[in-house]
Design a protein around this ligand. Structure first.
Ligand code: DHE
Length: 569
């Protein structure tokens, strides 16, 4: 197997195989030969800055620096008012000192501070780097994908029944972000059953329809397939789907159980369809094209992907174009796609309770797009507060407005409830509210994830991106039967009993146990801090267990097998 790389350094520490170094002299030269006034960088500095940019900046600003969640970072970009006056300039106009300040201290506009992550020299280096022209990373072809493919345990050598005694339904796949691993934690005993090496800055896990296979995607585009039936669950196949990736899902329509998987790439902007049990690549599809405003975009990244249970279809959300693709996988060779216009920039989202409608955040437009997957049409574009960020959202029946789906916000202090009453006869009395914001529940800004469970009466929301340490370390819980009651605020860091640290231990990503009686919250500390998962009893809101282990470093997302398999949230 010959794997192609773009970034050298830390990322290359986690290769699928020893591959050739892709960066050519000509390529490295691109940044050095930038606009006349841009500060010069040596080849080594360029390489270092490129790596930092990929690790820290590209997720929000884009590889080509055209901006998305973060601002445009091109040297000569400008924003004009209606009279043609320049009201905002590119990085060259901002200049070295101002850029160093912005990178170091952040901005009110939502840019986070990096003075506690990067050294002074690195801050200065990055300010110089972004005044140079953006580099265009190499493409990644179908052949490159095939070259990276590795089957570690062929299907014929895998167990034909579950070989361990774990309650797989209640297993949690936990992202250990900074070590590039997932921990498989037994939800019944709270013991770590296996720690599995995955991609760099590993992002999310998703389940196959049967619940047997876990798919884990790393930010370096490495997709790992874990077989939970093995005595000690471990990786049975790997594939590098691109250089930068965030999403993966599987085929969940009847008759396609565990048959296909799909993974979305940020760079190059494309998605890969593969065999579900081997990851053998079948097709690569580019997502480059026109935005909803009618302009060509060279880097429309694949954001969330979900799998329909009512059709052989994936909902693939393209961030920069604002186009939602319904990809029909019943005939991969003759792939049919419905393209639905919504708004920019698409990010994360989840199903409504009926699993007919998919609701996704268009975070730069402060909107939620609701797609009717039965009709293959946009059902509504709903205005919400600043920078919606639902995760997969939360579904429950509101005492006054009937079925609602909830989203939190990064940039506003509310959790928004949207009616999903739809045309369903049993919800006829709530129909007047459908696709309207029926309530905004007071929270704090910096919320990333909301969560509930059909068997619970509680709605949970974190706030890990809040600048106040106390709030970033806490979560809020509401009684859904009476949202006028004051919320409970749980300080997860204090509840964990871990020693206090100067650095914030962010309380992130509430996730329910399979039976809906427990809520697991990660305490995301620094790489050298002791981290933990704090398990709360959902009924009493009391701590049930603190899971901590020297090997459990920087836990973030947690994916309960049963809830993820069945999209329960
Ligand atoms: Fe995520 C989901 C992208 C940073 C934890 N994140 C998603 C999804 C996207 C996305 C597109 C939806 C995937 C899907 O459903 O198919 N995330 C991005 C970014 O671009 C961003 C903002 C910046 C980056 O550079 O990556 C980013 N994400 C983070 C984090 O820093 C988080 C908090 C910690 C971590 O481990 O990376 C984080 N993102 C998550 C989690 C989910 C997620 C836990 C899945 C939520 C769920 O309940 O399904």
């Amino acid at each position: 197997m010959k794997t192609k790389y773009w970034i050298t350094g830390t990322l290359a520490l986690l290769p699928l195989a020893v591959g050739s170094l892709f960066v050519t002299n000509a390529h490295a030269q691109q940044a050095v030969e930038a606009a006349a006034a841009a500060p010069e960088l040596t080849k080594d500095e360029t390489e270092k800055a490129r790596r930092i940019y990929f690790e820290r900046c590209a997720g929000c600003h884009g590889v080509l620096r055209k901006g998305a969640t973060g601002k445009n970072l091109e040297p000569h970009w400008s924003k004009k008012d209606k009279s043609g006056n320049v009201i905002e300039g590119g990085t060259l106009k901002l200049g070295q000192q101002r850029l160093e300040k912005i990178i170091g201290y952040g901005t009110d506009g939502g840019m986070v501070n990096f003075d506690d992550i990067l050294t002074k020299d690195e801050l200065s280096l990055m300010a110089k780097y972004i005044q140079n022209k953006p580099e265009t990373p190499p493409e990644y072809s179908f052949k490159d994908t095939v070259d990276s493919w590795k089957v570690i345990v062929p299907v014929k050598d895998r167990p034909t029944r579950q070989m361990n005694k774990f309650n797989l339904k209640n297993m949690f796949s936990v992202t250990l972000r900074d070590t590039g691993e997932v921990a498989l934690i037994d939800g019944d005993t709270k013991e770590i059953r296996s720690i599995v090496k995955t991609g760099y800055a590993v992002h999310i896990s998703r389940l196959s329809k049967s619940g047997r296979y876990v798919y884990v995607i790393g930010r370096d585009g490495r997709l790992s397939l874990i077989d939970l039936w093995m005595e000690k669950p471990s990786v049975v196949a790997e594939l590098k789907i691109g250089f930068d990736a965030r999403s993966v899902d599987t085929s969940k329509f009847k008759g396609y159980d565990d048959k296909y998987a799909i993974a979305g790439s940020y760079w190059p902007p494309q998605y890969v369809i593969m065999d579900g049990d081997t990851l053998k690549p079948l097709k690569v599809v580019s997502t480059r094209g026109m935005t909803v405003d009618g302009e060509y975009h060279p880097e429309p990244r694949v954001a969330s992907i979900v799998s329909s249970e009512i059709k052989p279809e994936w909902v693939v959300n393209i961030k920069e174009t604002g186009q939602i693709l319904l990809v029909d996988y019943s005939d991969i060779k003759n792939l049919k796609t419905t393209t639905i216009e919504s708004a920019k920039f698409l990010h994360d989202g989840g199903w409504d309770a009926s699993k007919r409608y998919f609701l996704v955040a268009a975070n730069a437009s402060n909107k939620i797009a609701a797609v009717d997957t039965k009709l293959g049409k946009l059902a509504a574009l709903i205005d919400v507060a600043k920078i919606p960020h639902p995760g997969r959202g939360a579904n429950f029946v509101h005492p006054k407005f009937g079925p609602v789906w909830a989203t939190g916000h990064l940039g506003a202090d509310v959790v928004t409830l949207i009616s999903t009453a739809s045309d369903d006869k049993k919800n006829a009395k709530y129909k007047e509210f459908n696709w309207k914001v029926v309530q905004e529940v007071k929270h704090v800004p910096g919320n990333l994830f909301v969560k509930t469970h059909p068997k619970s009466k509680h709605l949970w929301a974190d706030s890990p991106q809040n600048p106040e340490k106390e709030l970033a370390e806490s979560v809020a819980v509401w009684d859904m039967s009476d949202l006028s009651k004051p919320k409970a605020t749980l300080n997860v860091a204090k509840d964990s009993g871990l020693p206090e640290t100067k650095a914030t231990k962010r309380a992130v990503h509430p996730e329910y146990s399979a039976d809906g009686t427990e809520v697991w919250i990660s305490l995301w500390g620094g790489k050298t801090d002791q981290s933990a998962i704090v398990v709360y009893d959902d009924a009493t809101l009391k701590v049930k267990k603190v899971i901590t282990d020297p090997k459990m470093i920087t836990p973030t997302g947690k994916f309960n097998v049963y809830n993820t398999q069945h999209d329960i949230y």
